[in-house]
Design a protein around this ligand. Structure first.
Ligand code: SF4
Ligand code: SF4
Length: 326
């Protein structure tokens, strides 16, 4: 029994059963590749424990095996995450190869914005725009104090500069260049209403910085990794778990990302989602350990490996990599 399980008031499995919910996979629509833990930031809520000193990153050999695996599939979306995915040496190779293979497949880059201004990665924003890569960018607030508190000193100003650069390249303006922002709570509360917050973000960012974007995704902080340590250090762990359990929303279950996502690690191992990947909880519905052994078609109707951190996805309006769920 995990630490998260032992402290919650009820288990996630019990909650599903109480609500007569049988949570199973649908046909995979997204391959989410976590290319590694290297990042230029060390945000306190990070569920990856990413940072500048982490050495775990994908190799060219693993990139090639993933490319070979995905080529014959009709999985429509590849979602690149990390760490800062752009920092791996093979980032441009991976993106260019995916585009060469299948120009229709949609590619998402989960970007922390600040990396776009790093001199070492000069031309990165232009590369993303040239390849029509959707950017999903962390921006936990439209005010400097909260962003810097969560992500580090100076991160707000860098993020604003990066957003301006992206707007100048057409991001947020042209249909083929979507720019979506991600909000996650700075404190130990659930995200507010996504639609209302998106309106506030749009008003504030245009008024003060002349910045535009497409959608805002609100994401609940997961009680794992660095955020778990933060909760424990501050004596807020139990209260936070109870908040998630007490706000269980059965209507959020249908949209859970683990239903149609295959999460693959920098080593090529497969999981039901990026959170389970960080907890090293293998994919529930497959005996395969590595992507290149997986028969993706057979995943439909298969089970998902669930634990009590899953309450983080079903609390309130629900939470996923594409924001709220209900
Ligand atoms: S939350 Fe994102 S930007 Fe922050 S340390 Fe983690 S991977 Fe890096
Ligand atoms: S943590 Fe992962 S497995 Fe659990 S509900 Fe969320 S997406 Fe699904």
């Amino acid at each position: 029994m995990s630490e998260v399980l032992s402290i919650a008031r009820a288990s996630f499995a019990e909650k599903l059963s109480e609500n007569n919910i049988n949570l199973l996979r649908t046909k995979p629509k997204i391959l989410q590749i976590n290319v590694g833990k290297l990042c230029n930031l060390t945000c306190f809520h990070c569920h990856v424990n990413a940072g500048p000193k982490r050495k775990e990153i994908i190799t060219r050999n693993t990139v090639d095996k993933i490319l070979k695996w995905i080529e014959p599939t009709d999985i429509p979306v590849v979602d690149l995450t990390g760490g800062a995915p752009e920092m791996i040496p093979d980032f441009k190779y991976l993106v260019s190869s995916l585009k060469k293979q299948n120009n229709v497949r949609h590619i998402i880059d989960r970007c922390n914005l600040t990396i776009l201004l790093d001199a070492e990665f000069c031309g990165l924003a232009e590369f993303l725009a040239d390849n029509k890569i959707e950017i999903v960018a962390s921006m936990p607030c439209y005010e400097p104090k909260s962003v810097n508190a969560q992500r580090g000193d100076g991160v707000f100003d860098s993020s604003i500069a990066a957003l301006k650069l992206l707007n100048d390249l057409g991001y947020g303006k042209e249909e083929e260049l979507p720019l979506n922002l991600v909000y996650n709570p700075v404190g130990t509360h659930l995200p507010p209403d996504q639609g209302e917050l998106e309106k506030d973000y749009k008003d504030e960012l245009i008024k003060h910085y002349d910045i535009i974007f497409n959608k805002l995704y609100t994401i609940t902080n997961m009680p794992i990794a660095r955020y778990l340590s933060y909760l424990k250090r501050n004596g807020q762990y139990e209260d936070y778990m109870n908040l998630l359990v007490d706000n269980f929303n059965p209507n959020a279950v249908e949209g859970l990302m683990c239903r149609d996502t295959i999460s693959v690690s920098w080593k090529g191992e497969i999981f039901d989602c990026d959170f389970n990947q960080m907890l090293d909880m293998p994919m529930g519905g497959s005996k395969s350990r590595f992507l290149w052994d997986l028969d993706w078609i057979s995943l439909e109707g298969k089970s998902i490996n669930l634990e009590n951190h899953c309450f983080g996805c079903t609390a309130g309006a629900g939470s996923s990599c594409s924001g709220s769920l209900s």
